[in-house]
Design a protein around this ligand. Sequence first.
Ligand code: PLP
Length: 405
Amino acid sequence: MNIPLIRPDLPTLEDVRAPFEEILANGKITNFGKYVKQFESETAAYLGGETVAVSSGTVGLLFALSSVGFAPGEKVILPSFTFTATAQAVLYAGGLPVFAEVGDDLTLSPQDLEHLLDQHPETAAVIGVHMYGLPARTAEIEGIVGAASRNRRRPISLFFDAAQAFGSSVDGRRVGTFGDAEVFSLSVSKVLVSVEGGLVSTRRPELAERIRLMRNYGIRANYDAHYSGLNGKMSEFHAIIGLHNLRRLDHILATRQERAHRYAHQIRRNTSLRVLVWPSGVVHTVKDFTVLVPGPNADRRNEIIQFLAERGIESRAYFFPPVHEQKYFCKYADRPLPKTEAFSRRVITLPFYTSMSDQEMDYVVEQLSEAERRFGMRISAKGGAGHLGSVLNCGNQSKPGRDEA
Ligand SMILES: Cc1ncc(COP(=O)(O)O)c(C=O)c1O
């Protein structure tokens, strides 16, 4: 069997034939036409704020950060356990990255954030990342950043990199409504796909207005730049695909959650791998299905990935190395991040997609279990003790935490 890491959710040709024919015939294929406007108004209605469609998540992050502006030497706190694009955007926007630890849920640690805000009074912004679609600890982070802003008598901006989390929510509040702005990616591996693309969501109209200028070379009309800017436009083709997927997003999300619950159950029953926490009250896109190799077996991680590859199963160490250990970024790291480093050596992102069949899932789990036998990793046959205590909550347990058991 050949099982890819992802299979994107795409429309059929018939699904998009009519709008594609329309724009090819009338030539209105870009420059904020009817479909980009429609995509913005439907995503804004879904999220409950203003949205600005852009060419990628990275460009969206760059614009969101640049819309508040940084003076030389101003710092931006972000978790090191993220895709490198989060940190790249900070540098391009003129900020200095300060790398924070994550908690056991692999999102920004509120305790470390508090510590870093004390250590770095010149912090101008904070970015939380909704890892794999699991919302960061938004309420705690908003509280800490709000208190630090009041103490300093100046605003510290708060952004969320929501690249992986379109459709996630916490206690009924949608991701996209937190902080000063949140930024989604709509690239091929995401749950809401427009092929390539990004979306900035904000409830601050002045930021939305600036970002609209920024994505259009900084110009308002004619050729008169009012602001810094680039070409960050979304084309009509991309918007048509995004719109199609947006209209079936609830179905995609429900299917992914059902599929993820089944996968988690099988993995917990048949392997010693730990499934990541999923607290109650959270809607999770499960953009990636990531498991942790038990700590004592971390050195087997790459062999397991290789073992799976030899049996036609694509998996990744996502995210390794963490950003503060990457060649380009280690010069900004001024301390070790033990938790981040340990987790990034234990993660395996397994194949997962909306259309994944029971048979495909069972094959992956069978091969994981086989790998464990091969490498002498099994600690006991069933969950409960030792490393087997998975903490995934499928939404119906009483009051789960996010921390490792
Ligand atoms: C956490 C995170 N941030 C940013 C990005 C960048 O998004 P894009 O590829 O649309 O530029 C990604 C994309 O994978 C991501 O996972």
